[in-house]
Design a protein around this ligand. Structure first.
Ligand code: AN0
Ligand code: CP
Length: 320
């Protein structure tokens, strides 16, 4: 595997899940594979889980790890070609990327949507430069449009906890005070569309996800109706994807607190498990009682980030 971005990059999901459970059984099984190989993890944005779980995954495989927080200690980077660099940015991404590539064997990058341009975000302008100029395999640690390590961990979690062969999984929008990217819901939708589940998305109008990710997924605008009989509730806020009105891209169109997942919502489900990628704002996205209930999977879900990252790095090492 040279790039880990879309669900298609991991191939057959049953095989990927089998590999994940093999790793979970013994996470040090491939501890010789990464000997004298270096993973470079580059963060343009904050992270708790991705930072820790991916470092741990690299260590499980015997790799060396370097972590760079670009905005703390590195030079400020220009990303646009053709600009006269007379401002506060000392270095261009076009030099920085191949330099970073020269010190490692595999690169992971986190770079969120900026909401400045829908086109630039959806064309993955930053990550594509890493793919093009680093000379190394690149895995996405949440980009402008996707968060595949999260979705893979989510799939592992659903597989572990499902009580029926084909569970009903509901992705629900929930309110948040600030504009958040669509990366998590985009990827989750892409992965659920590829998995063997009964998948439903619910959100207020004008929050439709980009068709490249939504595909033929069922959308139910009535949240309570969507929740009926659900086995898994996956909550997440996202800002307006700008599908119907491009000028609304990245805007917060609704803060409707009736969408906060609480006991009233969970009561109509099939005693559903609650999932969220974290970090989560309590009593905006989900009530205290729902996130603290025995049916809340947020902690095992986060723990599975180590497993998904170990599988991805293992695949990349095997293809070096
Ligand atoms: C980010 C987001 O919504 O994409 C990261 C989630 C994994 N969340 C925040 O910025 C709060
Ligand atoms: N879920 C997730 O990616 O968390 P972090 O932003 O803390 O890495």
């Amino acid at each position: 595997m040279k790039v880990f971005q879309h669900v298609s990059d991991i191939g057959d999901l049953k095989t990927a899940l089998a590999e994940a459970f093999e790793i979970k059984e013994n996470r040090f099984k491939y501890s010789e594979l990464g000997k004298n190989k270096t993973a470079l993890l580059i963060f343009f944005n904050n992270s708790l889980r991705t930072r820790l779980s991916t470092q741990k995954a690299a260590m499980n495989l015997g790799m060396n790890v370097i972590v760079l927080d670009v905005n703390q200690g590195a030079w400020k980077l220009e990303t646009e070609r053709g600009v006269i660099m007379d401002g506060d940015k000392s270095e261009h991404l076009l030099e920085a990327i191949p330099v970073m590539g020269s010190y490692c064997d595999i690169i992971g990058v986190r770079s969120f949507a900026t909401f400045e341009s829908r086109k630039d975000d959806y064309e993955e302008k930053i990550l594509n430069q890493f793919i093009k100029y680093s000379g190394r395999p690149v895995f996405f640690m949440e980009s402008a449009t996707v968060h595949p390590l999260q979705s893979f961990a989510d799939l592992i979690t659903i597989e572990e906890y499902k009580r029926t062969p084909r569970p009903k999984v509901v992705l629900t929008w929930a309110p948040h005070p600030k504009a958040l990217p669509q990366a998590v819901p985009n990827s989750f939708t892409q992965w659920m569309n590829a998995a063997d589940v009964d998948f439903v998305i619910t959100h207020p109008e004008d929050y439709e996800l980009d068709p490249a990710f939504a595909g033929n997924a069922r959308v139910e605008y009535d949240q309570m109706k969507a929740f009926e009989g659900a086995d898994f509730i996956y909550a997440k806020n996202w800002s307006c994807p700008g599908v119907t009105r491009p000028e609304d891209y990245g805007k917060v169109l609704s803060k409707d607190m009736s969408w906060t997942v609480d006991a009233r919502h969970m009561a109509v489900t099939n005693n559903a498990f609650f999932m969220h990628c974290l970090p989560v704002r309590r009593n905006m996205i989900v009530s205290d009682d729902v996130i603290e209930a025995p049916t809340s999977l947020v902690i095992p879900e986060a723990a599975n980030r180590e497993i998904s990252a170990t599988v991805v790095l293992k695949r990349m090492l095997q293809a070096l």
